[in-house]
Write a protein that binds this ligand. Structure first.
Ligand code: PMP
Ligand code: GLU
Length: 399
């Protein structure tokens, strides 16, 4: 008699990525011929800049279609190191850089190499959906540091200090933040850095949105704040967001050599090398003209202004404009208890379901990011699409 194949305890505990699941739901409706205003997944709608595409084509034609070094092309690791020297004055060698299949993979490698059963990982909340599952996959436990909307979704040094136990291994920082768009000031990060130095915990600083900031706000590269942090920090980033390269799957991590080596060993067993062609494309992105990054940033800023202006005028919606990333994270709790088209809205999940069914606007519930009462709108969509989608959302909220 045949028996179902048993699923491992690790796999049984993993949920699919909520943001990717939300995008899949919109795709299913689109397949039925329904126009969905899909503001769920966070990925730039722009095509990858032409010179980057050309570099990929040239790489293929030049025969770069084989495995590369498991930890990534030396030229690309050098380029990443140079890039951090140019922008942040940091001195990393190529052996302190690991190229992976997207920053999500880099984060997995950081966690797999540094934490395990019995360890605690601190995650300021709201947080990007994948953080908690990626921690759980290692057998470590995640501990959420709750923040409030009124304080700009920021953790305080006292809160960080109080959360640290003998089991605490790692803090996952993300500024600019997905989903809130919050950006810590240099002073705020310095105060957190002092706690990190004093307690000796490790920091994974996810700076993937560092070039996407608005209204003159500046970001700070965490590891630059104190000399000790070089030994305590792994910085993660990649080309997905700044260069509109989500599908190419290239991310990186920089950190102490022994950690990068351990991460590289895991990667060499898991995936061999990242895609060779994508690595040549990423090289062109980092070494080429940076004008494309600024052009896309300016367009995101215009969209941010449009989205915030529209949302703040809608009934029962409250938001603080995001300083970075490309998400509006707004409070929808005033609508809980209302019935829309026969559907009772009781929480962020039912709010987003109702918005999708009735207005064909696809948002991601705040609950998935650890923030019940909120919804996330990605403004990585054209202004025309945003305007039409916000019209539909407003009509529905006023219905
Ligand atoms: N970190 C954050 C905060 C993100 O929003 C994303 C986007 N998915 C990633 C990391 C991973 O990006 P990618 O794997 O596409 O490089
Ligand atoms: N980071 C993006 C988002 O939050 C991409 C989706 C994902 O990788 O989960 O929508």
């Amino acid at each position: 008699m045949s028996q179902a194949i048993p699923i491992s305890a690790m796999a049984a505990g993993v949920k699919p990525s909520a943001t990717l699941a939300a995008a899949a739901k919109a795709r299913a409706l689109k397949a039925e011929g329904i126009h969905v205003y899909d503001f769920s997944v966070g990925e730039p709608d722009f095509p990858t800049p032409e010179h980057i595409q050309q570099a990929a084509i040239a790489a293929m034609k030049a025969g770069h279609t084989h495995y590369t070094a498991a930890n990534g092309l030396l030229e690309l690791r050098q380029a990443v190191a140079r890039w951090y020297q140019r922008y942040h004055g940091l001195r990393y060698g190529p052996d302190q850089v690991l190229i992976s299949n997207g920053a999500k993979h880099s984060i997995h490698n950081v966690l797999a190499a540094t934490v395990g059963p019995g360890d605690e990982v601190l995650i300021p909340s709201p947080y990007w959906v994948s953080y908690s599952d990626l921690v759980e996959m290692t057998g470590a436990k995640y501990v959420l540091l709750e923040t409030s909307w009124h304080r700009g979704f920021k953790i305080t040094p006292a809160q960080l200090q109080a959360a640290i136990t003998p089991r605490t291994r790692l803090l996952m920082l993300n500024s600019p933040c997905n989903p809130t768009g919050m950006v810590y000031s240099r002073g705020e990060l310095e105060a957190l850095a002092d706690v990190v130095v004093r307690t000796g915990i490790t920091v994974m600083s996810d700076e993937i949105y560092e070039h996407l900031v608005y209204g003159g706000v500046r970001t700070t590269c965490f590891v630059t704040l104190r000399p000790e942090l070089v030994e305590q920090t792994i910085t993660v980033s990649g080309v997905s967001k700044s260069y509109a390269m989500t599908g190419w799957r290239i991310g990186w991590a920089l950190g102490p050599m022994h950690v990068i080596k351990a991460m590289g060993n895991i990667q060499s067993q898991e995936t061999s090398s990242p895609c060779s062609i994508s690595q040549y494309a990423a090289l062109a992105a980092l070494e080429g003209d940076q004008e494309c990054v600024e052009a896309m940033r300016q367009e995101f800023e215009a969209r941010r202004d449009l989205v915030c202006e529209r949302l703040t005028r809608m009934p029962g919606i409250q938001l603080q404009p995001p300083d970075g990333a490309f998400y509006a994270f707004f409070r929808v709790a005033d609508h809980f208890g209302r019935t829309f088209g026969g559907r009772l809205v009781t929480d962020s999940v039912t709010f987003c379901q109702a918005a999708l069914e009735a207005a064909h606007v696809n948002l991601v519930p705040g609950a998935f990011f650890g923030a019940e009462g909120f919804a996330r709108l990605s403004f990585a969509a054209s202004r025309a699409e945003l305007t039409a989608g916000l019209d539909a959302l407003e009509r529905w909220l006023r219905s």
